[in-house]
Design a protein around this ligand. Structure first.
Ligand SMILES: Cc1cc2nc3c(=O)[nH]c(=O)nc-3n(C[C@H](O)[C@H](O)[C@H](O)COP(=O)(O)OP(=O)(O)OC[C@H]3O[C@@H](n4cnc5c(N)ncnc54)[C@H](O)[C@@H]3O)c2cc1C
Length: 420
């Protein structure tokens, strides 16, 4: 049986990966076509984003089945995710700047502009294909990559709306919302990420790649005539210079102290990690969704977290465990329970720069005040790749592909032995 459109359990995600492996050599030729049901792409991003599957597993699986050259494009796309994450991890101030600007824009933008932004997001712009895409995003939680580019470009360069509001709209509705991929892709379309380069949506490109059925409604299409779309001027507010990446261990400390594992939505396969041999840890599951997240991603993530939780319970067989999915003051509950369960040390994979990581200093402070040490780890894949994201993607890719081209893992370090 075929799995759901966007698998929300590890088992279904592994099955989707298997279904996709045989199609992966055709990916390069077809990936830009945006057709109903999205048959030409993997639709794995929600699962990879929450690490029901890791990037490493996906890359290793396709390279085990095919030569590097047959699946290079797909592997490269997966590596875009790692690159964006590393890029933002080296520049957390870009995320902070986006959040500050978003607040500023919400408060200072004239009401008629905000009203237009609400109409466009509600699928009432008057442009048939763009309204269809806005509705698709809200009802399914997904848009094809090319459609995200069109829509973001429509928002910024055709409607001339503030990019931060568009990025926030995606954040509320994408199943795969990722602070790095989303913020940096919006910046890229706006012309901020690669200075001097904007992405302009064009009618000829829509006619070549969009499902023909979506263009039968021609309303508003002339606004995309190739010569009509010109770049909006978008001001840069962020300091994009890279900082040093804080070093984090890959393995939990070896000691007799009573240990708990903090399961959260940024890493939903801890039993497939260096934590897997921890003897009898307590399990604490906390990372409720912020209030503004829409119902479709909320439901998807609840299913993914329930799956992560039940795999954690089955693997670790903990004597004590507690999960919380209620939003609100969950940090306090986490700290209280860690105390009640007698945990002296809580270990977790460090959330990447974004909304959950923003709450880590407060979690740490409260845990430490209760006498509980917080130990954050990083997966080897991230430790090796993120520091390489100091410059552009192609510099990153040149360095990474040397190891990936070798194909099957040759050492204990897996596919990336040479990168430290
Ligand atoms: C404006 C905009 C906003 C975006 N916001 C997000 C977001 O919040 N979260 C998110 O995961 N992706 C985001 N992307 C990237 C990309 O659109 C999605 O990762 C992709 O569409 C996921 O669908 P898929 O799994 O079917 O992709 P496939 O084409 O099957 O790609 C396979 C995998 O490669 C990775 N990948 C593919 N394209 C990209 C890309 N351009 N950047 C980074 N990784 C990529 C994903 O992990 C994906 O699952 C955004 C792109 C744009 C233009």
């Amino acid at each position: 049986m075929m799995v759901d459109r966007f698998p929300s359990t590890r088992q279904d995600a592994l099955q989707r990966l298997e279904e996709f492996v045989s199609a992966s050599p055709r990916y390069a030729a077809r990936r830009n076509f945006v057709h109903e049901g999205h048959p030409h792409v993997s639709r794995l991003s929600p699962a990879i984003r929450d690490r029901l599957l890791t990037e490493q597993e996906v890359v290793e699986r396709v390279l085990a089945a095919h030569s590097f050259s047959a699946v290079e494009k797909f592997v490269q796309e997966v590596l875009w995710r790692s690159y964006w994450k590393g890029w933002l991890e080296l520049r957390p101030q870009v995320w902070m700047s986006y959040r500050e600007r978003l607040n500023w824009v919400r408060q200072q933008t004239p009401e008629p502009v905000l009203q237009r932004a609400r109409e466009v997001a509600a699928g009432q712009s008057g442009v048939g294909i763009m309204d269809r895409l806005a509705r698709e995003l809200v009802t399914t939680g997904y848009l094809h990559n090319h459609a995200r580019m069109w829509w973001a470009s429509f928002w910024i360069h055709v409607e001339r709306l503030p990019w931060e509001l568009g990025a926030d709209f995606f954040e509320r509705h994408l199943l795969d919302f990722d602070p790095a991929s989303n913020t940096l892709s919006w910046r890229w379309v706006a012309g901020l990420q690669t200075p001097g380069k904007t992405y302009l949506v064009r009618r000829s490109n829509l006619e070549k790649y969009a499902d023909p059925a979506w263009l039968t409604d021609e309303a508003g299409l002339t606004r995309f005539d190739d010569s009509r779309v010109t770049p909006a001027e978008v001001e840069e507010f962020a300091d994009t210079r890279p900082q040093a990446l804080p070093l984090l261990p890959e393995n939990p400390p070896n000691s007799a102290r009573r240990t708990g594992v903090w399961l959260h939505a940024e890493d939903s396969s801890v039993e497939e990690s260096s934590l897997k041999t921890l003897p009898n840890p307590a399990l604490l599951g906390f990372s409720p969704e912020p209030d503004q997240v829409g119902p479709v991603p909320r439901a998807w993530r609840a299913a993914a977290q329930a799956d992560s939780w039940s795999r954690g319970l089955a693997h670790f067989d903990p004597q004590v465990s507690k999960a919380c999915t209620e939003p609100g003051e969950w940090e306090e509950t986490l700290v209280k329970l860690a105390g009640e369960l007698g945990v002296a040390r809580l270990v977790a994979f460090a959330p990447a720069v974004g909304p959950l990581a923003d709450r880590v200093p407060s979690v740490r402070r409260q845990l430490e005040a209760a006498g509980v040490e917080l130990v954050l780890l990083r997966r080897p894949w991230d430790s090796r790749l993120w520091p390489l994201a100091r410059r552009g993607f192609f510099d990153f890719w040149q360095r990474v592909q040397v190891d990936l081209r070798r194909g099957k893992p040759e050492t204990e370090q897996g596919l990336l032995p040479g990168l430290v």
